[in-house]
Design a protein around this ligand. Structure first.
Ligand code: PLP
Length: 351
């Protein structure tokens, strides 16, 4: 248990589009939204005088079928952020420990801590997988929830799905396990590596998914949680699942689930950008972590704040973090043109 976890982020300059030529900051999909989904969104605006319960229930049924669970196992939300925050508020109202990797995605951890929870972090293994043994051993009477981000952000690394499945099966006998699968569709094995089948087996596992990444709809705000009906009810007792999503976004998500072409195109274009970026980092001898997502992280040997100032001045937006006593840049996969602007900026900064 790493009581002095050092994960932190450098503050990016307050520079937004259109001042940036390469927007590589938030792991968005440069190709979205899918054209048919955008059209469905526009059409649905005219039904905007009504609450969207019917379209929402229809989407829940479609998702339940896709995930091989019942509608009562699904909680919809305006993005998976909303789910991470709600789960943190519901589970940590009376304090308790949240176990996760260091570094990992901080949304659920931050909200847990703000309502009185305590973060117990476990450093990723040298191959950047979760240290499942240490995390399993750490579960005790104070543990309220284990958070696993797979693939993990900000490292882009994936934890072996067989090992994770047996971890989730065992640990969920004691405490709920939350698996954040925001990037799972982009991983080499895609949805095959999902933990969602554990929910249909009745395990106390929650899986969060989003339309922000492979579906290219980050700004439309839609995501969902698959979990035990009791868990979904527990969250719905104090908040209203799905109430925050607009009808047009629901229609856009419904439409996006009906076609594979956009998803396949996104995955292959993102893989192309990743191969280009990896090749560049390798050639220039950066210490980078292999990624199965739409972002990559690599070590920088200058101050993160100074680095951000310089790269933003070249109209390239990325993020910078510090963990394990080192500074890192995280770059999202954009179009090939954006990736070239990124590598040119890097060449100039580190000439
Ligand atoms: N989970 C992870 C691991 C993420 O990286 C992100 C966003 O970058 C989210 C959840 C939240 O995404 P959204 O709220 O758009 O679904």
């Amino acid at each position: 248990f790493n009581s002095n976890h050092s994960f932190n982020e450098f503050t990016p300059p307050n520079t937004f589009e259109p001042e940036l030529k390469a927007i590589l900051r938030a792991n968005e999909n440069p190709y979205g939204p899918p054209p048919l989904a955008a059209k469905a969104f526009q059409d649905e605006v005219f039904a905007g005088n009504r609450y969207a319960w019917k379209t929402l229930n229809n989407l829940i049924e479609i998702i339940a079928e896709k995930e091989n669970v019942k509608p009562e196992n699904i909680l919809m939300a305006p993005g998976s952020s909303d789910i991470l925050e709600k789960v943190a508020m519901v589970f940590f109202q009376k304090g308790g420990d949240v176990i996760s990797a260091d570094p990992s995605y901080m949304s659920l951890i931050n909200v847990s801590q703000s309502v009185g929870g305590k973060w117990k972090s476990y450093k990723l293994l040298p191959d950047s997988q979760h240290d499942l043994k240490a995390m399993e051993a750490a579960v005790d009477v104070n543990t309220k929830l284990v958070y696993i981000c797979n693939p993990n952000n900000p490292t882009g690394s994936i934890t072996d799905s067989n090992k994770l499945k047996s971890f989730c099966s065992k640990v969920s006998e004691k405490v709920p396990v939350f698996v954040d699968e925001a990037y799972i569709e982009l991983s080499d094995n895609g949805l095959t590596d999902s933990m969602v089948s554990l929910v249909s087996e009745g395990k106390n596992v929650m899986v969060a998914r989003t339309f922000s990444k492979i579906h290219g709809m980050a700004g439309l705000r839609i995501g969902y949680l698959v979990g035990k009906a009791e868990t979904i009810n527990k969250i719905n007792e104090i908040t209203r699942g799905g109430m925050g999503i607009t009808g047009p976004s629901i229609k856009a998500a419904t439409t996006s689930l009906q076609g594979e072409d956009f998803l396949n195109m996104s995955k292959s274009k993102i893989a192309e950008a990743r191969a280009y970026t990896e090749n560049y980092l390798k050639q220039k001898k950066y210490n980078y972590l292999p990624s199965q997502t739409n972002f990559m992280i690599f070590e920088i040997d200058i101050d993160g704040q100074e680095f951000l100032k310089q790269i933003y001045s070249k109209q390239v937006g990325v993020r910078a973090f510090t963990f394990w006593g080192k500074n890192w840049c995280r770059v999202s996969m954009g179009t090939m043109d954006e990736m070239k602007l990124f590598t040119n900026a890097m060449d100039e900064i580190f000439a």
